[in-house]
Design a protein around this ligand. Structure first.
Ligand SMILES: NC(=O)c1ccc[n+]([C@@H]2O[C@H](COP(=O)([O-])OP(=O)(O)OC[C@H]3O[C@@H](n4cnc5c(N)ncnc54)[C@H](OP(=O)(O)O)[C@@H]3O)[C@@H](O)[C@H]2O)c1
Length: 271
């Protein structure tokens, strides 16, 4: 089993590549790693534009699969299309959605869509790609884009934090089960990132604070962790410091502090 993976001339599948972190990881995979890309999201036009741009600028090959990953039939179609047409060497499971506000105000439909997108589709793809890599004996990598919200509870993002806590524990547990096998799992857990997810929410409150990491450095750290087959990585020094310090603070206190910060932010957003 190789210690460090090379993606040059190899196919890497990226979900949620039409925006934010996924788009930036696709750009860096083409520019820095020379990878061919399968770009997945709902907004096909944005994916096609990105594919054309990356092919022209970096001489890589790109394919687009438009899919709604909250629907299991689309998730299955993505897997079958990608694996029947190309040999895949890495999978970046990045697509995700969030919500801000009181959990009791979240409709069941939105909650269900969040779980389908952030969890069910992701776990289905992990299960199937683990078998795929084992069957082909490929040195492969899977990145699960989780969040620091998957390690520390976040009131007013309760369903999101819960979905990411599942991903974090699932991914880290599975990565230990797969020790010594050709496929590695990297749980990547950013704090806040300056992407549309943060900007298009009503929570402008966090915008001009050091809490939002720039998307370029965040993506670079994630890809480097995946290539190095790290099992867990939190990008950004400030985030790592926060994680470290949280060990010495009673959990109840840090949850209450987060809740107070979000209450202010929600109030500022008129919620
Ligand atoms: N921004 C943050 O502060 C932050 C912090 C920690 C972790 N993260 C995680 O980072 C990941 C990327 O988030 P981001 O900040 O880059 O958000 P973003 O800019 O909103 O991008 C989300 C991506 O997910 C795709 N997506 C959402 N629902 C989908 C669906 N049903 N089917 C297919 N694709 C879907 C979107 O594409 P379409 O709309 O075109 O389908 C888009 O490409 C998420 O997993 C998020 O939880 C974000």
């Amino acid at each position: 089993m190789k210690d460090r993976l090379s993606f040059r001339g190899r196919w890497v599948l990226v979900t949620g590549a039409s925006s934010g972190l996924g788009e930036e990881m696709a750009v860096q995979l083409a520019a820095e790693y020379g990878a061919n890309l399968i770009l997945v999201a709902r907004r096909a036009e944005r994916l096609s534009e990105l594919a054309a741009k990356l092919e022209k600028a970096h001489g890589v090959h790109c394919k687009v699969i438009a899919a709604d990953l909250s629907r299991l039939e689309d998730v299955r179609r993505v897997f079958h299309k990608a694996t029947s047409e190309h040999e895949i060497h890495a999978v970046v499971l990045n697509a995700g959605i969030t919500h801000f506000g009181k959990h009791q105000d979240l409709s069941w439909e939105r909650f269900e869509t969040l779980l389908q997108t952030n969890l069910i589709g992701v776990v289905w793809l992990v299960n199937n790609f683990v078998h795929y890599f084992a069957g082909k004996d490929i040195d492969g990598a899977i990145m699960l884009v989780s969040s620091m919200a998957g390690v520390m509870p976040v009131p007013y993002q309760a369903a999101y934090a819960g979905s990411k806590a599942f991903l974090t524990n699932f991914g880290q547990s599975l990565s230990e089960e797969l020790r010594g096998e050709p496929v590695s799992i990297t749980v990547f857990s950013p704090g806040g990132i300056a992407t549309p997810m943060a900007h298009e929410s009503d929570l402008r409150y966090f915008e001009n604070t050091p809490f939002l990491q720039d998307v370029t450095s965040c993506a670079a750290e994630g890809l480097s962790a995946m290539a190095a087959r790290r099992r867990f990585h939190v990008p950004g020094r400030l985030n790592r410091l926060q994680m470290f310090l949280s060990r010495f603070v009673p959990r109840g206190f840090s949850v209450a502090l987060t809740a107070a910060t979000y209450r202010k932010a929600l109030k500022a957003a008129g919620q």
